[in-house]
Write a protein that binds this ligand. Sequence first.
Ligand SMILES: *Cc1c(COP(=O)(O)O)cnc(C)c1O
Length: 470
Amino acid sequence: MSRLHGEVSRRIFGPLFPGWPIAEVPVGYVTNGVHVPTWDSAASDALWTKAVGKQPWMGDLRGMSERISQIPDEEIWQLRADNRAALVKYVRERYARELRLHGLAGDEAVEQSRHLGDPNVLTLGFARRFATYKRPTLLLADPERFARILTSPQRPVQMVVAGKAHPADEPGKAMVRQWLKFMERPDVRPHIVFVPDYNINVAEQLTQGVDVWINNPRRPWEASGTSGMKVLVNGGLNLSELDGWWAEAYEPGLGWAIGDGQGHGSDPEWDRHEAEQVYDLLENEIVPTFYQRNERGVPEKWTGMVRSSMAKLTPYFSTNRMVREYVETYYRPLAEVYEGRVARDQAVGAQVFGWRHNLKTFWNTVHIGDADIELRDDHYLIKVSVLLGEVPPEDVRVEVYAEPEDATKAAFCKTMERHGELIGAANCFIFAATAPNHRPLRDYSVRVIPSNPNAAVPLEARQILWKNCG
Ligand SMILES: *Cc1c(COP(=O)(O)O)cnc(C)c1O
């Protein structure tokens, strides 16, 4: 899904691994990508093909950024004009069809629909499931201010909204109604189109045509926000919460970010603050940049951003990279583990099974004794006796552990060495390790965890036993 959602998922799955630090909960991540040839418009496909060659999405995409970076402003601006015009055409045709369904004569329906949308106006898009955490009505927090942005005579803005709510989701349905109500305002009406029945075909048209794709969920609940990746190949720019994929994709100069990279629950004050961030960005950056044209009518700063977004983000947030990561990080290593386990009449598989079974049966016979700590020149020497009961010493590992000192650092974790067996106590050993003494002793704990070179811990054996040193 995304790096951030990997973190969120470790928290969600944490209770399945009681006693384990969140960072060790065995949930990784692969950031989503989109199948680019599905989402590019005909015009986009032509431009990419011209820049990087036929079948641009086959094979290795590295090296592609370089060539995209050389597309001139004029060609990028022409692409945007073509894509935007196609969206306006689509919206008009759809509207005319709707009017005909309501009984209007064919030519009259076409005539009326001709007033919808303008191929030269900055076009925003917002299309989602109307789920509360996606805050589909954030833009309506200050309707007057938003209406002023849309209806500026010199630098107008238009918007396409699509979405649907689950039939049982009352707040979701209320948010759809809130948009429809806002659109009834006579001043706003010419500037917003609501496309009903959001589905993959509608998404395709919208993500090809819009100049700016808006996503404003409550961090950290957007697992990915994949629709934002669909605009990349088409030269659309993202304005998004620093959540999901955008938290790892965003850099200044290739789109816009809202939020502060932190979660704020569902605090209405914070929602309001983020709505203001969106308005500020629209008023002070997005609208002026779009309408700032050179002598040839090209908004160079805008096309520069589009080029950076296309070049840097499109190859990476593609299924090309995503599938490679799945294969290299998960599928292939797991296939190898499987082959190893079933080989030689499943010798390794049987060993792992026995190890797991024994741990499960006899874990309660394992006990950590009191730690004996010596303060040496620049470190502690920590010694501890561990009674292993019915568990063979090679089936476990004894470690000294300390939580990270701050969020930027990794935890301290060091394997303790097994010394002699205690005399007169069966299967009881002294374990020893040193640890830096700049931290108080109470920061350190001894822990016993399962160990097996052929198995994944804690995925396959989640036992853990702790004893604090302080
Ligand atoms: C791409 C897509 C989505 C997922 O997009 P989000 O960014 O997660 O909202 C949902 N619905 C449709 C129809 C799509 O095409």
